[in-house]
Design a protein around this ligand. Structure first.
Ligand code: ADP
Length: 603
């Protein structure tokens, strides 16, 4: 068992093939054994069935013989029969015989026997049921050679089966002595045909027969077997039988049946023979032959069927085990592969997560560095700017100072109206200064990367409002093609404004040397983006500067006028919003700056 388990644990194809071969041999062996076993079982069962049949056949034979014994038995005590036998007077005997003849004839008809007759002490027939049949009549015939006569004369009942000497028909002869005063007067003999009994036996299917002390078949349901010996007869026995004419001229050929063997064969057919001695008759034996062929074939079929079923079950079992093992191995492989894959996946997941985290950190670092850079640049620029700023602020300051001084003087002179005009000028100038500082503040502000929904038109409107004075002063024709319906973009209101102001101011700067200045602002939605074009009809952008436009501190403007930071800051802001800023030259002249912004969908 341990060895087998080891074999199963390492199921190579060789060991599996070996196991299969072993199982096949076992299956074949089991089949052969099963067939043999079921055959021998069938024979045993057949013999059992034969014994049952034997009892039945024996009973029916016994009944038949008993029935035929009744007539002689009754007649042997009949006074008229006794009187006939005792009658010494010839004429009176004849008269008596005639009466008895008629009685016997009537009885024969009633009882369906073959013949009834009365023998005197010499064995001569005095009266017979067939008295009227002329040639066939037994009357006057001598039967002293028949053993049944001898038995009766000895005061016994004689039982004998023989072929009729006159009729040539086989029959069972039963004799009863007729006694008077302790003397045997004669015998009453009844002959019964066994035809109807044999016919009844024919329906049974088996071969049934009765043999005498020599083994000669005389009652049988197989007519061709009648008067055949079971085995070859000794020559003197044969001679004696022929002398007795018991079976007439029959040659009594042997059947070559060997009683006692499990299977006997006759005429090429196998039988199980069961036999039993009979109480009736003189050493008679009843035999039943049960045909083996069918039951053996059935047994073989059954055995084969059983063993094939067993083989199939075995095969099925083998494949089931094999398949289960295969499947189990498959499942194990699969589980192992899944486990490996899971490990790999989780490793690569972790790596990815690390990578993402690294990248995010790098991005944050970069952004911080950029912010720092821009901030540093802005602060540096502020330093540079301060000269221009001082100039820008000093001018209105000086003007305010002048207007204030003049105002005081005018008030002293009582010229209130003129003083009012000066004050209004002062207010204007402070407004301008506030705008300058406001721009500076906006510029210096450190951006946060938060985007929110912003109205694009609102941002453009505010930028235009901031530059309204400049555009009016420069006589710039502004065409703002406001989008319908309103477009919302991702951004931040103030910074988006700052970008637009930068772009508009650049455009205004670029158009300085142009006679008819025209600025066109359009905004259109393209899927989930919004394109904002700010186009001017200035000189456009020279090819050699196109690549540098967005670099910090790149400017073509004279010192004090431009810091070269506007576009670089604007580009960064738009990128913060998830958009892009680009520049191009218009086919008809002039530059166009395009802001691509993310469209914000109303939820
Ligand atoms: P600045 O305006 O201070 O020069 P910017 O970064 O805003 O700095 O602009 C950089 C340069 O880009 C400008 O000096 C100019 O040469 C060019 N530029 C910007 N806008 C336009 C425009 N609309 N037409 C032609 N050139 C422009």
């Amino acid at each position: 068992m341990a060895g087998l388990a080891t074999v199963w644990r390492r199921p190579s194809w060789v060991t599996r093939g070996g196991a299969f071969a072993l199982l096949s041999v076992l299956a074949v062996w089991a089949s052969v054994e099963t067939v043999l076993w079921s055959e021998s079982r069938a024979l045993v069962r057949l013999a059992e069935a034969g014994r049952d049949r034997l009892t039945l056949y024996g009973q029916s034979l016994h009944d038949e013989l008993e029935k035929s014994a009744n007539v002689p038995l009754v007649l042997s005590g009949d006074p008229e029969v006794a009187a006939l036998l005792a009658e010494a007077d010839g004429r009176r005997r004849e008269a008596r015989a005639e009466r008895v003849n008629r009685r016997l004839e009537g009885l024969k008809e009633q009882l369906h026997t073959s013949a009834i007759y009365i023998l005197d002490a010499e064995g001569v027939t005095l009266a017979a049921s067939n008295w009227a049949e002329g040639e066939g009549s037994f009357v006057g015939r001598r039967f002293d050679f028949r053993p049944y006569f001898t038995a009766a004369m000895e005061g016994r009942s004689g039982r004998y089966f023989a072929l009729g000497t006159a009729s040539k028909l086989p029959g069972y002869y039963l004799s009863m002595p007729v006694l008077a005063g302790g003397r045997v007067l004669g015998a009453v003999v009844g002959k019964t045909s066994m035809e109807s009994l044999e016919a009844g036996w024919r329906g049974g299917g088996e071969r049934v027969f009765v043999t005498d002390r020599w083994g000669i078949i005389f009652i049988t349901n197989t007519p061709e077997w009648r008067f055949r010996a079971l085995s070859p007869l000794e020559p003197e026995v044969l001679q004696a039988l022929q002398d007795s004419r018991q079976y007439g001229e029959a040659p009594l050929p042997p059947l070559a049946l060997v009683p006692g063997r499990t299977v006997t064969s006759v005429d090429g057919e196998g039988y199980v023979m069961v036999s039993r001695p009979l109480v009736d008759g003189d050493q008679w034996t009843l035999h039943v032959l049960m045909a083996v062929k069918e039951s053996r074939a059935q047994a073989r079929d059954l055995g084969l069927l059983a063993s094939s079923a067993a083989g199939l079950v075995l095969l099925g079992l083998f494949f089931l085990v094999h398949r289960t093992r295969l499947r189990r191995r498959h499942t194990r492989d699969l589980e192992r592969r899944v486990a490996e894959r899971t490990v790999l996946l989780s490793e690569s997941n972790r790596r990815l997560l690390d990578e993402v985290a690294d990248r995010r950190r790098a991005e944050e670092d970069l952004r911080a560095a950029q912010d720092e850079l821009v901030q540093a640049a802005k602060l540096a620029a502020l330093g540079q700017m301060s000269a221009g700023m001082v100039h820008e602020l000093n001018q209105p300051l000086a003007a305010i100072r002048t207007y204030a001084d003049n105002g005081v003087t005018l008030l002293g002179r009582g010229r209130v109206e003129a003083a009012r005009g000066n004050l209004l000028e002062i207010a204007d100038l402070t407004d301008r200064m506030a705008r300058i500082s406001g721009q500076l503040k906006l510029f210096a502000r450190k951006s946060t990367a938060v985007a929110e929904p912003v109205s694009l038109a609102g941002a453009v409107d505010s930028a235009l409002a901031l530059l309204a004075g400049r555009f009016a002063a420069d006589a710039i024709d502004v065409q703002w093609r406001r989008p319908q319906p309103e477009l919302m973009v991702w951004g931040e209101d103030l910074r988006l404004q700052q970008v637009i102001v930068n772009l508009l101011r650049n455009a205004a700067d670029a158009m300085r040397g142009v006679a008819e200045r025209r600025l066109v602002i359009t905004a259109v939605r393209r899927g989930d983006t919004v394109l904002v074009d700010i186009a001017d009809n200035g000189p456009g952008i020279a090819a050699e500067v196109m690549n540098q436009l967005f670099e910090p501190f790149f400017t073509t403007k004279p010192t004090g006028d431009g810091l070269g930071l506007g576009l670089s800051i604007s580009e960064k802001i738009v990128r913060d919003f998830g958009g892009r800023l680009s520049a191009a030259n218009r086919p008809g002249g002039g530059a166009v700056f395009t802001m691509l912004l993310r469209y914000w969908e109303m939820p």
